[in-house]
Structure formats: structure tokens, C-alpha cells
Design a binder for this molecule. Sequence first.
Ligand SMILES: [Fe+2]
Ligand SMILES: [Fe+2]
Length: 334
Amino acid sequence: MTDQHRPAQDPPQDAEGFFPISPLMIRNWSKGRFALYLRQGPSFVLYTSKGDAFTDVHRRKLDDMGVLQVYVDGAERGAYASYLLENLPDLLLDENIPMEQRSEAWYQGSLMALRRVFEERLPKGLAKRRFGELSDMLRTGMAFFNQNGALKQVARLVARGYKSYNHSLGCAVLTYFVCAGSPKVHPDRLHAVCLGALLHDLGKTQVAQDLLDRDPDTLSLGERDKVRAHAAAGVALCANLGLEHETVNCILFHHERVDGSGYPSGISGEALPFYVKALAVCDVYDNLTRPAPWRPARTPYEALRYMKMHRDGFDVDAMRRLINVLSGAEVPTQ
Ligand SMILES: [Fe+2]
Ligand SMILES: [Fe+2]
């Protein structure tokens, strides 16, 4: 045991205790934002303190000891979540990390972001009941991300930044709630729909950021078309991934409106499946309630009022269900 392996006399414990991570998830750092522990029998032994460096020397020592998992104190879960999300694009693309561990990193990072969506954006009662269902769904989603190409696409999305990935997750959560229990969406299809909601703006990774950062009302027609191309571009990026048709429909049609005023096709109401109309509503609501470079975030009340003023574009049932979800009410199944 080196001097850095001093026993944690009284290891910090909280309700969640310590949780394991692969040493491969740890990038070299000069100042760690959380401590790392080793497990020795029933106790946890400090390996590097918060604020300490983690270098190749530390990594080699772990290799020499045959350590496959290091541990983080549950009390530092938030710091680990931020670290993971910031480094996720790199981790997902790191060919040295086995595919299962990369998709596990995606799962862990997304789970933590999901927890924030629940804590900050949804009624409290709803959070407890449904968090488990959605985390199960993320776990199932890992099978999809075990494909190399799929992981690359998600890395692109995460690389666009925390904010856009949170928007993707926020849309997936809201769309799940709006669709779950609706007779118009078979429960077996919810997974494909949520994946579509998660990937819906993937094509924005092909659009210049300065266009996305501008008020849409100030764009020229040519610039507007470049932004609008993100719907089809997202489908093209996923062309080889064997996505289910609900997932593809979500990516391609999430900007369509029931009055035919949307894009890329301008198709209207009856031609659009309910889950696409649900995603369209959730996408607009989630965007309005997040700050944009050209305007502050609207409150949930302001966002819903704005959407009611533009109600011709939105499906009435999807709107009603979203309002029920946001008010914490049980969503009726009929
Ligand atoms: Fe979009
Ligand atoms: Fe979006």
C-alpha cells in the first residue's frame, strides 16, 4: 500500500454508499473533483483524494494490482456526474475502452442527467413513481448503443454540449410520459419512440453552431433551410443503424405540425402518428423552458400559454396529456 492508500478511518457514507466505476473511465487529471477508493474486503480505502492528481503512474499501479473497479463515494455522485457528462464524447469514442464499458458510461451519464430532469423539471410525485421505469428503458437502450456506429452518433450529440443533450433527454422523458398509457401508442413501441426522442436533433450536429445560436426570426431563407435540413440529416446519419420505423419517424417528422405548417414535408394531422405529435409538443415545450442565446427561459406557465396561442399546430390530445403530466396528474388511458 502506498502512502496514497491510507485507510479511510471513517469512510464517508450516505444512503447510497460507494459505487463502482472502471478505471478506464478516469481521464488523467491534475486536480480531481472527487476522491477514488479501492475496495478491500468490506471496507473502502482511499486511493486518490479530491483535489489530487490522477496520472499514468496511478493507472499503472492499478493495472499492477489487477484492479478492475475503483469506487466513488455516493456523496460525490453529483461531481462524478458532471465529470462524466463533460468527458462523455471522449469516453464514447475511446477505442481502448471495451464497448460494453462505453455504453455503460453512456447509461451512467444519462441516468444522472435523467435524475436532474426529474428533480428540476417534473412534479415531485411523478418523479418517484416513474423514475424506475425510465431508467429501465435507458438500460434497454444500451443494447442499441453497443453498436459502434450508434455510440459514435450519440457521442456527436453529447459533444454538442450539455445543454443540447439535456434537451434530448428532457424530450425523451416528456414524450415517454405523454405516450405511456395512451391507447394510441402500444407499450411495446415506447422504447423505439423514446430512442427517437433522444436522437431527434442529431442532425443539428451537421449545422453550423452560429446558425443554431441565432434567433430563427433573424435567419435568411437560405440559413433557415440549412437549419431545417437537420431533420433529414439526422436520419441520414443513422441510415446504417437499423433503427425501427418509430425512431426514424421521430427524427424526420418532429417539426411537422398538425395544420400542415411544419417541415420537412408539410404533412398534416391524420398522416402523423400520435407519438410524433407528442414529441413535437414536448420538443417545443422543452425548448421554450430552456434559455436560448437570444431569449431567457420561459416559465412552464408562459411556455404553455405560448403554445396555446399557437394551438393550431399542436395535437389537442398530446397537449392535454402534457399539461396533465406537468401538473402531476394521472394521465387517463382513454
Ligand atoms: Fe429539431
Ligand atoms: Fe429539439
